[in-house]
Design a protein around this ligand. Structure first.
Ligand SMILES: Cc1cc2nc3c(=O)[nH]c(=O)nc-3n(C[C@H](O)[C@H](O)[C@H](O)COP(=O)(O)OP(=O)(O)OC[C@H]3O[C@@H](n4cnc5c(N)ncnc54)[C@H](O)[C@@H]3O)c2cc1C
Length: 389
């Protein structure tokens, strides 16, 4: 098993040991395969994880959490992702989409009502950003919120809203001022996923199959203005939240998943190459195979440094927009290179259901797209570095 090569505080080393035991014992390969086929995740196991307090790692102690510890939360995602997205995905819905966002952007009332339950792992959020006609260009969302007295009435459609069919709330980006400049028209709202007028239907997809992602329709969904994230005076002020610390940390959460998947791919190919014999010796003894593995492991190590450097900056409250964008970009793109190299090492067996490699390849190929594509990270970085024509 590949071990971390970075010095870490004792509590994170202990967390890793605990999670490795948990995953080895409770999420063996046959279960992972079954969850992947069923687009499902294990509620009972998640409950056991939550009982360890891990969902509170993005939430201050005063709000019912363990105290924000971004490095530890990233390590949790890394360790869980080594066994696929089946526990890491739900952890992100709770601790990051929920705990991180409400800690950063919630009103005092929302923090009081939501954070203790999020810290206990009892509330789940889904992210409603993408729409049928909106991917990277988030400021063009068309889902409309109309103010009527003390309420907002919401109409429109979200696409790829993962978890909308089981989450408690959809953390949803909507347009509340169609005549204003786009960046002054956006609002984040918390829509109860089972409110009257909300309907969901699943989308078939090959990656991140801990659940089916969803199309969501809002037909005259009525929510109080208090459901505006940050409170009613944050109406039309979501742009700063989209560009703020919660989003920086979100890039890390996607990067941590990618790093975990890539680590599992390298470990499986590494093991396989020492067991599979061709031309009278283990294929690891053929130089082309050894070189592929050594290059993949070296790239993996570079990913580790990018990820934890950015996570430590985020933890310290230092500006980290550049480092988190670089980490998301580099780890997602490098994850694809690692996936393809490891797939080659395992030959036909990388394409069979006898190993985890086919799933890790499927998951890794999607990571430069989800959570802000690699192209969008390059755009961010060019802007942050003021690169001009
Ligand atoms: C399994 C899965 C789960 C998902 N879960 C969620 C979720 O829970 N919530 C949610 O809101 N979304 C979710 N998404 C959507 C995901 O975040 C989007 O796919 C992503 O934002 C990219 O949008 P798009 O695919 O529509 O690409 P587009 O924005 O249409 O872009 C297509 C291509 O053009 C490139 N491109 C576009 N504009 C530019 C530009 N200005 N400069 C350079 N290149 C550009 C992109 O990089 C990409 O390669 C999920 C997607 C998948 C596959």
């Amino acid at each position: 098993m590949i071990e971390t090569t970075l010095p870490e505080p004792d509590h994170i080393s202990e967390l890793r040991r605990q999670l490795r035991r948990f995953v080895a014992e409770k999420a063996p390969r046959d279960k992972r395969r079954a969850w992947d086929e069923a687009h499902d995740w294990p509620r009972d196991l998640f409950g056991e994880l939550a009982a360890l307090g891990l969902c509170g790692l993005t939430i201050d102690e005063a709000d019912g959490g363990l105290g924000q510890d971004i490095v530890a939360a990233v390590a949790v995602i890394e360790e869980l992702s080594r066994a696929g997205p089946f526990l890491a995905g739900p952890y992100i819905h709770c601790a990051f989409y929920g705990g991180m966002n409400i800690s950063e952007n919630g009103s005092p009332d929302q923090k009081r009502r939501l954070l203790p339950a999020l810290a206990r792992g009892e509330l789940m959020f889904a992210y409603g950003l993408s729409e049928p006609d909106v991917g990277g260009d988030l400021s063009s969302v068309k889902t409309r919120g109309r103010v009527e007295g003390d309420d907002l009435v919401i109409n429109g459609a979200k696409r790829w809203c993962t978890g909308a069919d089981w989450a408690d709330y959809i953390y949803c980006l909507i347009n509340t001022a169609p005549d204003a400049p786009r960046r002054e028209a956006l609002t984040f709202v918390l829509i109860p996923a089972r409110a009257a007028g909300v309907s969901t239907s699943p989308i078939e997809h090959v990656n991140l199959r801990y659940t089916a992602s969803c199309d969501v329709h809002f037909d005259d969904v009525r929510i109080p203005l208090d459901a505006v994230v940050g409170g009613p005076d944050r109406l039309n002020k979501a742009w700063s939240m989209l560009a703020g610390r919660a989003l920086d940390v979100e890039k890390l959460e996607v990067a941590a998943c990618t790093f975990g998947f890539a680590q599992a791919a390298v470990e499986e190919a590494w093991r396989y190459a020492q067991e599979r014999v061709q031309f009278g010796k283990a294929i690891a003894g053929h130089q082309a195979v050894a070189h592929r593995l050594v290059t993949a492991r070296t790239r993996l190590e570079a990913c580790r440094h990018m990820l934890y450097h950015a996570a430590r900056l985020a933890d310290a409250g230092a500006p980290c927009g550049i480092e988190t964008s670089m980490a998301k970009l580099f780890i997602a793109d490098t994850g694809v290179e690692i996936a393809l190299a490891c797939q080659q090492v395992m030959g036909a067996y990388a394409l069979s259901d006898a190993y985890d490699m086919d799933r890790n390849v499927r998951d890794l190929l999607g990571m430069p797209i989800v959570g802000g594509s690699s192209d969008m990270q390059r755009n961010n970085l060019a802007a942050l570095w003021r690169l001009k024509a």
